[in-house]
Design a protein around this ligand. Structure first.
Ligand code: PRX
Length: 593
């Protein structure tokens, strides 16, 4: 069943929007004319070759994503335009123009060249958000390496899994975070260069500051084949370790177009994407897409803090804001008095991604941000671009993900690839071949192929459509957990848990949570000799946090006598979830006993 929007919005003729249960839009009254007008026509007339003309190419059909994000502006009329306003979260801010970003990224590319990094080598970044992270990431892509940012919250195992699998040759980190790298450095035989920012640099390391100071600020972006790789990010599935999702330089075509059409950036906008670069949203819509469009971006360091967030909007006059449902719910939980203390009138358009956006979030935004609703967007690390969304010109049905981008064929199909009718729940599938689609799961063709069946790309999500062609998210078809927007594989958490001496067996599920969407919940069987206590549970939580990542630990732990398993020994998480949530337990014919 499609959830009824439970918003009660008052009609207000004077505003840009006419609020009813559906958020009705009158595009002619919007502050700026949307870049996409005439969605329904475009769905039939649009060709990807049109979008290819929006980015710059080198002779012979070569391209470079970073050239498009930086160099073409620095060498053109946006040379002195501010590209980045970086605020460290403590009240200090700095600005970089496109010209400065160009020179700095050139320098970084020259540093990679000097130390002997080769084209398509993997260069990892383990840095908190800072100008150095933006510069390094773009510089590496410009050079022709495969850039991969990691969440600063990762523990040693999280780092090792990614760098070992990808055979990374270099890591850029800082004096503090490098300690976690050193815990696993002996397990990374292919790692040749530890590049460290700041002053605390050891003899075996490369000092980024020194090398940058000495490097030339001239570098010609490497002419890449459109199918050569630009960045990779590890993400979680149901089974096994995180998998390396690899993207190509050609993605920039769709990054550019989707930013232009969906986030609707205009020349005068100040755009703020709150996502970390360790997440695909941070890479695609916090670096490459917006800068390909030449827009000024805000980057905010430090932790989530409602006051700081509102202050950021006020101080830098943010007009377009891309964030996530958990953040929206956390802001909502702080109440409406807080936003009312700030001048947030610069805001023009709001977007969200990563988990279902509750209709309440859309309604709340209308109330506190002067009739601006959140626009939900749907996509994945693998899709490399927003694929289903609420466009600025389009009426919003609160709770719906919206409609497919022109050029994208999305459908609800069954296990056999048969399209289902309106209102029927099934697999959310996309017709393969869009420009930003992942090109590979690193060194794992079998995993890659699992996504493609019956001529469709299976997203792993279930959804349904309504009579107007809007898509509605239902859930995951697998055991992947979305907690505060982060994607966590239960297997990874289970593996970390059983490394704790007190844990003999572990099963992990996502448990619905009002703020975080889901929390990670673990069921564990204790090793003989251990007894259950709060102190033990806290110790286990700390252990997982330090190994895996700050966000990927079980907030709840239940000690059980045994776990439901199939006869082949696989933990039946479905049963754990059903028991926890009081749902029907379904087919148990494969259960061990
Ligand atoms: O389950 C869907 C959920 O996030 C998954 C993709 O996660 P990740 O690769 O980390 O990328 C997130 C940001 C691009 C999807 O399979 N998801 C993403 N957007 C939405 C969503 N669930 C509901 N509504 C959304 N708008």
């Amino acid at each position: 069943m499609i959830p009824e929007p439970d918003v009660d919005m008052m009609a207000d003729e004077s505003s840009e929007l006419i609020h009813t249960q559906i958020v009705k839009k009158d595009p002619s009254k919007l502050r700026l004319k949307p870049n996409l007008l005439g969605y329904e026509d475009l769905r039939t007339t649009f060709r990807w070759s049109d979008a290819e003309k929006m980015v710059d190419w080198f002779p012979g059909g070569k391209i470079n994503a970073a050239y498009n994000a930086v160099d073409r502006h620095a060498l053109g009329k946006r040379k002195d335009k501010v590209a980045l306003i970086y605020d460290d979260g403590e009240g200090n801010f700095s600005k970089l123009t496109f010209d400065q970003l160009y020179r700095q990224t050139n320098k970084f590319a020259n540093v990679l060249k000097k130390i002997g990094v080769k084209r398509q080598d993997r260069v990892f970044f383990f840095l908190s958000r800072s100008p150095a992270l933006y510069i390094g990431f773009l510089g590496a892509i410009k050079y022709g390496a495969i850039a991969s940012p990691m969440f600063p919250a990762f523990g040693p195992d999280g780092i090792k899994d990614r760098m070992l699998d990808s055979g990374a040759v270099a890591i850029v980190t800082d004096g503090e975070l490098k300690k976690r790298v050193y815990e696993v450095v002996k397990d990374l035989p292919e790692l040749k260069h530890i590049i460290v920012t700041g002053k605390e640099v050891a003899q075996n390391e490369v000092s980024l500051d020194t090398e940058m100071a000495e490097a030339s600020d001239q570098f010609e972006a490497t002419h890449m084949d459109p199918e050569e790789f630009s960045y990779m990010l590890y993400t979680s599935g149901t089974t096994g370790k995180p998998k390396g999702v690899v993207h190509a330089h050609k993605d920039i075509v769709q990054m550019h177009l989707s930013t232009y059409w969906v986030l609707d950036v205009h020349e005068e906008d100040v755009y703020w994407c709150t996502a970390d670069l360790g997440w695909v949203t941070g890479v695609v819509y916090g670096v490459l897409g917006p800068w390909s469009n030449g827009v000024t971006q805000v980057g905010l360091g430090g932790r989530f803090d409602p006051e700081r967030w509102y202050k950021t909007i006020q101080s830098y006059k943010v007009s377009v804001w891309y964030t996530a449902p958990t953040a929206v719910r956390m802001l909502m939980a702080k109440g409406d008095d807080l936003p009312n203390k700030y001048d947030l009138s610069s805001l023009r358009a709001l977007y969200s991604v990563g988990e279902p956006l509750n209709p309440e979030g859309v309604k709340w935004a209308l109330d506190v941000f002067d009739s601006k609703p959140f626009h939900d967007t749907w996509w994945q690390t693998e899709t490399g671009s927003i694929l289903i969304t609420n466009f600025p010109e389009m009426d919003i049905k609160p709770g719906s993900m919206g409609k497919p981008l022109p050029g994208i064929e999305a459908a609800i199909v069954d296990e056999n690839g048969k399209p289902l009718g309106q209102g029927e729940e099934g697999h959310l599938c996309i017709r393969p071949g869009w420009p930003a689609m992942m090109r590979q799961i690193w060194k794992n063709p079998a995993k890659y192929n699992e996504y493609f069946r019956n001529g469709w790309y299976y997203t792993g999500d279930t959804a349904q459509t309504d009579e107007d062609g809007y898509f509605w998210y239902v859930g995951r078809a697998d055991d992947v957990i979305k907690t505060a927007g982060e994607r966590v594989g239960p297997f990874e958490v289970e593996s970390a848990l059983i490394e704790h001496p007190a844990v003999a067996e572990a099963g992990v599920i996502g448990k619905p949570d009002e703020i975080r969407g889901n929390i990670i919940k673990a069921f564990i069987v204790l090793t003989p000799g251990y007894t259950e206590s709060d102190a033990l549970k806290t110790d286990i939580q700390k252990f997982v946090k330090s190994k895996l990542a700050g966000h990927a630990y079980p907030r709840e732990i239940d000690v059980v006598k045994n776990l439901p398993k199939t006869r082949s020994g696989k933990i039946m998480r479905r049963l754990l979830r059903a028991r926890e949530l009081g749902l029907p337990i379904g087919d148990t014919s494969t259960l061990e006993d």
